[in-house]
Write a protein that binds this ligand. Sequence first.
Ligand SMILES: Nc1nc2c(c(=O)[nH]1)N=C([C@H](O)[C@@H](O)CO)CN2
Length: 118
Amino acid sequence: MDKVFIKGLRIQTTIGFYQWEKEIKQTLVLNIAMGWDTARAAENDELDKTLDYAEISLAVEKFANENPVDLIETLAERIASFLMSTYQIPWLKLAIDKPGAVHNTETVGVEIERGQIS
Ligand SMILES: Nc1nc2c(c(=O)[nH]1)N=C([C@H](O)[C@@H](O)CO)CN2
């Protein structure tokens, strides 16, 4: 299956288990790959037949800020459900990095894959 992807989407949002984390914003970095038939858009050069990565990038940041949670696992699950239902995406892979979370690491995070590749 073809894919539309967003790599290295940096967002500022409230995220974290500890009380001090609920009072600040932290950086998360998202990588999203979404299964899509890109040939339909290419046929007549039409943006509305594909997944608009600019629109989705903004929607993801807005969603994260409107739905604060403790765990990046929870955020990943909720973003996946939101994207799949809003844009009729059949399959996606989503990784969330929280690069400032653990001293002496480059980054930490989770990666999930949901749906079916046809
Ligand atoms: N697997 C996870 N481990 C931890 C998370 C998380 O979201 N997933 N979160 C925290 C804290 O919020 C951390 O980021 C701050 O020190 C700890 N472990």
